[in-house]
Design a protein around this ligand. Structure first.
Ligand SMILES: NC(=O)c1ccc[n+]([C@@H]2O[C@H](COP(=O)([O-])OP(=O)(O)OC[C@H]3O[C@@H](n4cnc5c(N)ncnc54)[C@H](OP(=O)(O)O)[C@@H]3O)[C@@H](O)[C@H]2O)c1
Length: 387
Protein backbone atom coordinates (compact mmCIF):
# COMPACT_ATOMS: atom_id res chain seq x y z
CA UNK A 1 0.00 0.00 0.00
CA UNK A 2 1.32 3.46 -0.89
CA UNK A 3 1.85 6.09 1.81
CA UNK A 4 -0.73 8.80 1.25
CA UNK A 5 0.59 12.31 1.67
CA UNK A 6 -0.88 15.80 2.05
CA UNK A 7 1.39 18.83 1.78
CA UNK A 8 0.46 22.16 3.35
CA UNK A 9 2.65 24.79 1.67
CA UNK A 10 3.31 22.73 -1.47
CA UNK A 11 4.37 25.77 -3.53
CA UNK A 12 7.25 26.77 -1.21
CA UNK A 13 10.86 25.66 -0.97
CA UNK A 14 10.13 22.63 1.27
CA UNK A 15 6.83 21.87 -0.48
CA UNK A 16 8.36 21.69 -3.97
CA UNK A 17 11.28 19.57 -2.73
CA UNK A 18 8.79 17.24 -1.01
CA UNK A 19 7.06 16.77 -4.36
CA UNK A 20 10.46 15.95 -5.95
CA UNK A 21 11.00 13.22 -3.33
CA UNK A 22 7.49 11.87 -3.97
CA UNK A 23 8.08 11.90 -7.74
CA UNK A 24 11.38 10.00 -7.25
CA UNK A 25 9.53 7.33 -5.20
CA UNK A 26 6.14 7.30 -6.87
CA UNK A 27 5.91 3.56 -6.20
CA UNK A 28 5.88 4.32 -2.44
CA UNK A 29 4.19 7.71 -2.04
CA UNK A 30 0.97 9.15 -3.41
CA UNK A 31 -0.26 12.75 -3.15
CA UNK A 32 -3.77 13.06 -1.72
CA UNK A 33 -3.91 16.78 -0.91
CA UNK A 34 -2.04 20.00 -1.67
CA UNK A 35 -2.47 23.43 -0.11
CA UNK A 36 -0.91 26.83 -0.69
CA UNK A 37 -1.63 30.48 -0.11
CA UNK A 38 -1.14 32.75 -3.11
CA UNK A 39 0.65 30.87 -5.87
CA UNK A 40 -2.42 29.65 -7.80
CA UNK A 41 -0.46 29.03 -10.99
CA UNK A 42 2.10 26.68 -9.40
CA UNK A 43 -0.55 24.92 -7.29
CA UNK A 44 -2.60 24.28 -10.42
CA UNK A 45 0.47 22.95 -12.22
CA UNK A 46 1.27 20.65 -9.26
CA UNK A 47 -2.31 19.38 -9.22
CA UNK A 48 -2.13 18.53 -12.91
CA UNK A 49 1.12 16.61 -12.34
CA UNK A 50 0.22 14.77 -9.09
CA UNK A 51 -3.60 14.39 -9.32
CA UNK A 52 -4.54 15.10 -5.67
CA UNK A 53 -8.06 14.44 -4.43
CA UNK A 54 -8.25 17.79 -2.60
CA UNK A 55 -6.69 21.19 -3.20
CA UNK A 56 -6.70 24.30 -1.01
CA UNK A 57 -5.75 27.88 -1.81
CA UNK A 58 -6.33 30.93 0.39
CA UNK A 59 -8.62 32.36 -2.33
CA UNK A 60 -9.77 29.28 -4.26
CA UNK A 61 -11.59 31.33 -6.91
CA UNK A 62 -8.11 31.99 -8.37
CA UNK A 63 -7.91 28.33 -9.49
CA UNK A 64 -9.40 28.23 -12.95
CA UNK A 65 -8.09 25.20 -14.88
CA UNK A 66 -9.85 21.87 -15.21
CA UNK A 67 -8.99 19.48 -12.36
CA UNK A 68 -11.15 16.37 -12.77
CA UNK A 69 -11.65 14.30 -9.60
CA UNK A 70 -10.21 17.03 -7.38
CA UNK A 71 -12.31 18.74 -4.70
CA UNK A 72 -11.52 22.38 -3.98
CA UNK A 73 -11.41 23.04 -0.22
CA UNK A 74 -12.76 26.08 1.65
CA UNK A 75 -10.83 29.36 1.65
CA UNK A 76 -8.33 30.27 4.38
CA UNK A 77 -7.34 28.12 7.34
CA UNK A 78 -10.47 25.95 7.01
CA UNK A 79 -9.18 24.71 3.67
CA UNK A 80 -5.83 23.77 5.25
CA UNK A 81 -7.71 21.84 7.94
CA UNK A 82 -9.82 20.04 5.32
CA UNK A 83 -6.70 18.93 3.47
CA UNK A 84 -4.88 17.95 6.69
CA UNK A 85 -7.82 15.91 7.99
CA UNK A 86 -8.80 14.27 4.66
CA UNK A 87 -9.74 10.66 5.50
CA UNK A 88 -7.40 9.14 2.86
CA UNK A 89 -4.27 10.91 4.18
CA UNK A 90 -1.68 9.05 6.33
CA UNK A 91 1.00 11.74 6.67
CA UNK A 92 0.67 15.52 6.58
CA UNK A 93 3.76 17.52 5.61
CA UNK A 94 3.54 20.87 7.38
CA UNK A 95 5.57 23.10 5.04
CA UNK A 96 3.75 26.36 5.66
CA UNK A 97 5.65 29.22 7.29
CA UNK A 98 5.12 31.11 10.57
CA UNK A 99 1.91 30.66 12.56
CA UNK A 100 -0.06 29.48 9.49
CA UNK A 101 0.52 25.80 10.28
CA UNK A 102 -0.56 25.90 13.93
CA UNK A 103 -4.31 25.17 13.64
CA UNK A 104 -3.93 22.63 10.78
CA UNK A 105 -1.22 20.71 12.68
CA UNK A 106 -3.49 20.27 15.70
CA UNK A 107 -6.34 19.28 13.36
CA UNK A 108 -4.11 16.72 11.60
CA UNK A 109 -3.02 15.16 14.91
CA UNK A 110 -6.63 14.97 16.11
CA UNK A 111 -7.62 13.32 12.81
CA UNK A 112 -5.02 10.62 13.54
CA UNK A 113 -2.39 11.66 10.98
CA UNK A 114 1.38 11.32 11.16
CA UNK A 115 3.11 14.70 11.03
CA UNK A 116 6.24 15.50 9.01
CA UNK A 117 7.07 18.96 10.32
CA UNK A 118 9.10 21.64 8.54
CA UNK A 119 7.14 24.65 9.87
CA UNK A 120 9.17 24.95 13.11
CA UNK A 121 7.24 28.02 14.33
CA UNK A 122 4.31 25.67 14.97
CA UNK A 123 6.25 23.82 17.70
CA UNK A 124 7.83 27.02 19.00
CA UNK A 125 4.37 28.52 19.54
CA UNK A 126 2.35 25.49 20.61
CA UNK A 127 4.95 22.84 21.47
CA UNK A 128 3.63 22.00 24.95
CA UNK A 129 0.10 21.42 23.65
CA UNK A 130 1.02 19.71 20.36
CA UNK A 131 3.54 17.31 21.91
CA UNK A 132 1.03 16.40 24.64
CA UNK A 133 -1.62 15.73 21.97
CA UNK A 134 0.85 13.69 19.89
CA UNK A 135 1.69 11.54 22.94
CA UNK A 136 -1.98 11.17 23.93
CA UNK A 137 -2.95 10.09 20.41
CA UNK A 138 0.27 8.07 19.79
CA UNK A 139 0.98 10.02 16.61
CA UNK A 140 4.58 10.80 15.63
CA UNK A 141 5.84 14.31 14.84
CA UNK A 142 8.87 13.68 12.61
CA UNK A 143 11.06 16.73 12.02
CA UNK A 144 12.07 17.80 8.52
CA UNK A 145 14.48 20.48 9.73
CA UNK A 146 17.90 19.03 8.88
CA UNK A 147 19.25 19.62 12.41
CA UNK A 148 16.38 17.83 14.15
CA UNK A 149 16.38 15.08 11.56
CA UNK A 150 20.10 14.64 12.35
CA UNK A 151 19.41 14.43 16.08
CA UNK A 152 16.58 11.95 15.53
CA UNK A 153 18.88 9.83 13.35
CA UNK A 154 21.64 9.92 16.03
CA UNK A 155 19.08 8.81 18.62
CA UNK A 156 17.80 5.73 16.78
CA UNK A 157 18.03 2.79 19.20
CA UNK A 158 19.35 5.03 22.00
CA UNK A 159 17.97 5.68 25.48
CA UNK A 160 16.98 9.38 25.72
CA UNK A 161 17.96 9.28 29.43
CA UNK A 162 21.57 8.83 28.31
CA UNK A 163 21.73 12.16 26.46
CA UNK A 164 24.20 14.57 28.07
CA UNK A 165 23.47 17.34 25.54
CA UNK A 166 22.68 17.94 21.92
CA UNK A 167 24.67 20.28 19.71
CA UNK A 168 22.80 22.03 16.91
CA UNK A 169 25.01 23.25 14.09
CA UNK A 170 24.52 26.57 12.30
CA UNK A 171 26.11 27.81 9.09
CA UNK A 172 26.47 31.25 10.68
CA UNK A 173 24.57 32.90 7.81
CA UNK A 174 25.82 35.67 5.54
CA UNK A 175 26.96 37.95 8.42
CA UNK A 176 29.20 35.48 10.24
CA UNK A 177 32.28 37.67 9.76
CA UNK A 178 30.55 41.07 9.82
CA UNK A 179 30.99 43.61 12.63
CA UNK A 180 28.02 44.56 14.86
CA UNK A 181 27.72 47.95 13.12
CA UNK A 182 27.76 46.37 9.64
CA UNK A 183 25.09 43.85 10.66
CA UNK A 184 22.82 46.56 12.08
CA UNK A 185 22.80 48.32 8.72
CA UNK A 186 22.54 45.20 6.47
CA UNK A 187 20.19 45.51 3.49
CA UNK A 188 17.47 43.06 2.40
CA UNK A 189 19.63 41.75 -0.45
CA UNK A 190 22.61 41.28 1.93
CA UNK A 191 20.40 39.28 4.30
CA UNK A 192 18.83 37.15 1.55
CA UNK A 193 22.26 36.04 0.35
CA UNK A 194 22.64 32.78 2.33
CA UNK A 195 26.03 31.06 1.87
CA UNK A 196 24.97 27.38 1.87
CA UNK A 197 21.17 26.88 1.74
CA UNK A 198 18.55 28.04 -0.77
CA UNK A 199 15.29 28.56 1.17
CA UNK A 200 12.14 30.69 1.51
CA UNK A 201 12.54 34.38 2.37
CA UNK A 202 11.49 34.28 6.03
CA UNK A 203 13.83 31.45 7.05
CA UNK A 204 16.65 33.07 5.06
CA UNK A 205 16.29 36.27 7.13
CA UNK A 206 15.99 34.14 10.30
CA UNK A 207 19.30 32.51 9.33
CA UNK A 208 20.93 35.92 8.98
CA UNK A 209 19.78 37.05 12.46
CA UNK A 210 20.43 33.54 13.92
CA UNK A 211 16.80 33.57 15.10
CA UNK A 212 16.49 30.40 13.02
CA UNK A 213 18.88 28.69 15.48
CA UNK A 214 16.94 30.13 18.39
CA UNK A 215 13.69 28.71 16.99
CA UNK A 216 15.48 25.40 16.47
CA UNK A 217 16.63 25.32 20.10
CA UNK A 218 12.97 25.65 21.18
CA UNK A 219 11.87 23.07 18.58
CA UNK A 220 14.49 20.62 19.90
CA UNK A 221 13.41 21.30 23.50
CA UNK A 222 9.91 20.06 22.57
CA UNK A 223 10.81 17.24 20.18
CA UNK A 224 13.42 15.62 22.41
CA UNK A 225 12.06 16.73 25.81
CA UNK A 226 15.32 18.40 26.87
CA UNK A 227 15.88 21.56 28.95
CA UNK A 228 17.48 24.49 27.13
CA UNK A 229 20.66 24.00 29.23
CA UNK A 230 21.23 20.68 27.41
CA UNK A 231 20.91 22.24 23.94
CA UNK A 232 24.02 23.94 22.58
CA UNK A 233 24.63 25.71 19.28
CA UNK A 234 27.91 25.68 17.36
CA UNK A 235 28.75 27.54 14.16
CA UNK A 236 29.86 25.14 11.42
CA UNK A 237 30.11 27.13 8.16
CA UNK A 238 30.36 24.11 5.80
CA UNK A 239 26.89 22.78 6.81
CA UNK A 240 28.08 19.16 6.50
CA UNK A 241 27.50 18.02 10.09
CA UNK A 242 23.78 18.65 10.57
CA UNK A 243 23.83 18.22 14.36
CA UNK A 244 25.24 16.01 17.12
CA UNK A 245 24.24 14.16 20.27
CA UNK A 246 26.65 13.73 23.17
CA UNK A 247 25.84 10.80 25.46
CA UNK A 248 26.60 10.41 29.17
CA UNK A 249 29.63 8.20 28.41
CA UNK A 250 31.21 11.04 26.39
CA UNK A 251 30.52 9.47 22.97
CA UNK A 252 29.35 12.01 20.38
CA UNK A 253 27.24 10.91 17.42
CA UNK A 254 27.05 13.26 14.42
CA UNK A 255 24.95 12.99 11.27
CA UNK A 256 26.65 14.25 8.12
CA UNK A 257 25.66 14.82 4.53
CA UNK A 258 25.58 17.37 1.75
CA UNK A 259 23.30 20.32 2.48
CA UNK A 260 20.26 19.08 0.55
CA UNK A 261 16.82 19.28 2.19
CA UNK A 262 15.52 16.39 0.10
CA UNK A 263 17.50 14.01 2.35
CA UNK A 264 15.72 14.94 5.64
CA UNK A 265 12.40 15.32 3.79
CA UNK A 266 12.72 11.78 2.44
CA UNK A 267 13.79 10.47 5.87
CA UNK A 268 10.67 12.04 7.44
CA UNK A 269 8.32 10.67 4.76
CA UNK A 270 9.77 7.15 4.89
CA UNK A 271 10.41 7.00 8.67
CA UNK A 272 11.38 4.57 10.16
CA UNK A 273 12.63 3.12 6.84
CA UNK A 274 15.45 4.45 4.66
CA UNK A 275 14.94 4.78 0.92
CA UNK A 276 17.77 5.02 -1.64
CA UNK A 277 18.82 8.25 -3.35
CA UNK A 278 21.18 8.75 -6.29
CA UNK A 279 22.98 11.94 -5.15
CA UNK A 280 26.77 12.22 -5.48
CA UNK A 281 28.54 10.78 -2.40
CA UNK A 282 29.92 13.01 0.35
CA UNK A 283 33.55 13.63 -0.69
CA UNK A 284 35.34 14.58 2.54
CA UNK A 285 38.89 14.88 1.09
CA UNK A 286 37.67 17.44 -1.44
CA UNK A 287 35.97 19.39 1.36
CA UNK A 288 39.31 19.40 3.21
CA UNK A 289 38.24 20.93 6.52
CA UNK A 290 35.25 21.01 8.80
CA UNK A 291 35.47 24.00 11.16
CA UNK A 292 33.59 25.10 14.28
CA UNK A 293 33.26 28.29 16.32
CA UNK A 294 31.02 29.50 19.16
CA UNK A 295 28.02 31.69 18.29
CA UNK A 296 28.40 35.39 19.15
CA UNK A 297 25.34 36.44 21.16
CA UNK A 298 26.40 40.12 21.12
CA UNK A 299 26.40 40.43 17.34
CA UNK A 300 23.39 38.08 17.04
CA UNK A 301 21.07 38.96 19.96
CA UNK A 302 18.13 36.97 18.51
CA UNK A 303 19.76 33.69 19.57
CA UNK A 304 20.12 34.95 23.16
CA UNK A 305 16.51 36.23 23.23
CA UNK A 306 15.20 32.90 21.91
CA UNK A 307 17.11 30.91 24.54
CA UNK A 308 15.63 33.21 27.17
CA UNK A 309 12.10 32.64 25.77
CA UNK A 310 12.69 28.88 25.99
CA UNK A 311 13.86 29.23 29.60
CA UNK A 312 10.78 31.32 30.54
CA UNK A 313 8.41 28.91 28.74
CA UNK A 314 4.62 29.32 28.72
CA UNK A 315 3.59 31.94 26.18
CA UNK A 316 7.03 33.57 25.78
CA UNK A 317 8.11 31.41 22.81
CA UNK A 318 4.82 32.28 21.05
CA UNK A 319 5.47 36.00 21.60
CA UNK A 320 9.02 35.53 20.32
CA UNK A 321 7.91 33.71 17.17
CA UNK A 322 5.07 36.07 16.24
CA UNK A 323 7.11 39.20 17.02
CA UNK A 324 9.87 37.80 14.84
CA UNK A 325 7.42 37.07 11.99
CA UNK A 326 6.12 40.64 12.12
CA UNK A 327 9.58 42.18 12.41
CA UNK A 328 10.97 40.12 9.51
CA UNK A 329 7.95 41.09 7.38
CA UNK A 330 8.58 44.74 8.22
CA UNK A 331 12.28 44.40 7.35
CA UNK A 332 11.51 42.69 4.03
CA UNK A 333 9.01 45.46 3.26
CA UNK A 334 11.69 48.11 3.90
CA UNK A 335 9.90 49.55 6.99
CA UNK A 336 12.66 48.85 9.57
CA UNK A 337 16.41 48.24 9.64
CA UNK A 338 18.00 44.82 10.16
CA UNK A 339 19.11 45.89 13.64
CA UNK A 340 15.55 46.74 14.66
CA UNK A 341 14.39 43.13 14.21
CA UNK A 342 15.91 42.03 17.55
CA UNK A 343 14.90 45.29 19.29
CA UNK A 344 11.23 44.78 18.37
CA UNK A 345 11.28 41.17 19.58
CA UNK A 346 13.01 42.11 22.84
CA UNK A 347 10.52 44.90 23.56
CA UNK A 348 7.55 42.53 23.01
CA UNK A 349 9.12 39.95 25.33
CA UNK A 350 9.76 42.62 27.99
CA UNK A 351 6.13 43.75 28.04
CA UNK A 352 4.66 40.20 28.20
CA UNK A 353 3.73 38.17 31.25
CA UNK A 354 2.48 34.60 31.19
CA UNK A 355 -1.29 34.02 31.46
CA UNK A 356 -2.48 31.84 34.34
CA UNK A 357 -3.72 29.16 31.92
CA UNK A 358 -2.03 28.33 28.62
CA UNK A 359 -4.38 26.38 26.38
CA UNK A 360 -4.62 26.49 22.60
CA UNK A 361 -7.02 29.46 22.66
CA UNK A 362 -4.55 31.39 24.85
CA UNK A 363 -1.80 30.78 22.27
CA UNK A 364 -4.06 32.10 19.49
CA UNK A 365 -4.88 35.15 21.65
CA UNK A 366 -1.15 35.76 22.24
CA UNK A 367 -0.63 35.59 18.48
CA UNK A 368 -3.24 38.25 17.67
CA UNK A 369 -2.26 40.50 20.62
CA UNK A 370 1.42 40.40 19.66
CA UNK A 371 0.71 41.22 16.01
CA UNK A 372 -1.59 44.05 17.06
CA UNK A 373 0.89 45.43 19.60
CA UNK A 374 3.76 45.54 17.09
CA UNK A 375 1.67 47.13 14.38
CA UNK A 376 0.47 49.81 16.84
CA UNK A 377 3.77 50.41 18.56
CA UNK A 378 5.83 50.74 15.40
CA UNK A 379 3.15 51.95 13.02
CA UNK A 380 3.95 49.06 10.67
CA UNK A 381 1.80 47.89 7.82
CA UNK A 382 2.32 44.23 8.90
CA UNK A 383 2.96 43.09 5.36
CA UNK A 384 2.68 39.41 4.51
CA UNK A 385 5.84 37.39 3.93
CA UNK A 386 5.23 36.02 0.47
CA UNK A 387 8.10 35.92 -2.00
N1 LIG B 1 13.43 26.00 3.05
C1 LIG B 1 14.18 25.24 3.79
O1 LIG B 1 15.24 24.77 3.36
C2 LIG B 1 13.78 24.94 5.22
C3 LIG B 1 14.61 24.13 6.01
C4 LIG B 1 14.20 23.80 7.30
C5 LIG B 1 13.00 24.27 7.80
N2 LIG B 1 12.22 25.08 7.01
C6 LIG B 1 10.96 25.59 7.56
O2 LIG B 1 9.91 25.15 6.71
C7 LIG B 1 8.88 26.13 6.65
C8 LIG B 1 8.64 26.49 5.18
O3 LIG B 1 9.82 27.12 4.71
P1 LIG B 1 10.02 27.45 3.16
O4 LIG B 1 11.42 27.91 3.05
O5 LIG B 1 9.57 26.29 2.35
O6 LIG B 1 9.01 28.67 2.98
P2 LIG B 1 8.43 29.28 1.62
O7 LIG B 1 9.30 28.92 0.48
O8 LIG B 1 8.17 30.71 1.91
O9 LIG B 1 7.05 28.49 1.44
C9 LIG B 1 5.96 28.67 2.31
C10 LIG B 1 4.79 27.87 1.79
O10 LIG B 1 3.70 28.04 2.69
C11 LIG B 1 2.57 28.53 1.97
N3 LIG B 1 1.81 29.38 2.89
C12 LIG B 1 2.25 30.41 3.61
N4 LIG B 1 1.25 30.93 4.35
C13 LIG B 1 0.17 30.17 4.09
C14 LIG B 1 -1.16 30.20 4.52
N5 LIG B 1 -1.61 31.13 5.37
N6 LIG B 1 -2.01 29.27 4.04
C15 LIG B 1 -1.58 28.32 3.16
N7 LIG B 1 -0.32 28.25 2.71
C16 LIG B 1 0.54 29.17 3.18
C17 LIG B 1 3.13 29.26 0.76
O11 LIG B 1 2.16 29.37 -0.25
P3 LIG B 1 2.29 30.40 -1.53
O12 LIG B 1 3.70 30.31 -2.00
O13 LIG B 1 1.32 29.81 -2.50
O14 LIG B 1 1.91 31.75 -1.06
C18 LIG B 1 4.29 28.32 0.42
O15 LIG B 1 3.76 27.20 -0.26
C19 LIG B 1 9.35 27.30 7.51
O16 LIG B 1 8.79 27.23 8.78
C20 LIG B 1 10.85 27.10 7.59
O17 LIG B 1 11.39 27.63 8.78
C21 LIG B 1 12.58 25.41 5.75
Amino acid sequence: MKRKIAILGSTGSIGTQTLEVIRDHSDIFEVIGLAACRNAELLQFQAQAFHPQILALDRPERLNGSLPGCRIASPGVEGLVEVAAHPEVDTVVIATVGAAGLIPTLAALRAGKNIALANKEVLVMGGDILMAEARRLSRPIIPIDSEHSAILQCLQGEDYNRIRRIVITASGGPFRNWSFEQIQAATVSDALNHPTWSMGRKITIDSATLMNKGLEVIEAHHLFDLPVEKIDVVIHPQSIIHSMVEFTDGAVMAQMGLPDMRIPIQFALAFPERLPRNDPPLDLPSLGQLTFEPPDMERFPCLRIAREACRCGGGYPAVLSVANEEAVAAFLAGCISFGQISEIIQSEMDSFSNPSRLDFEAILAIESQTRESIRKRFGLAGQALRP
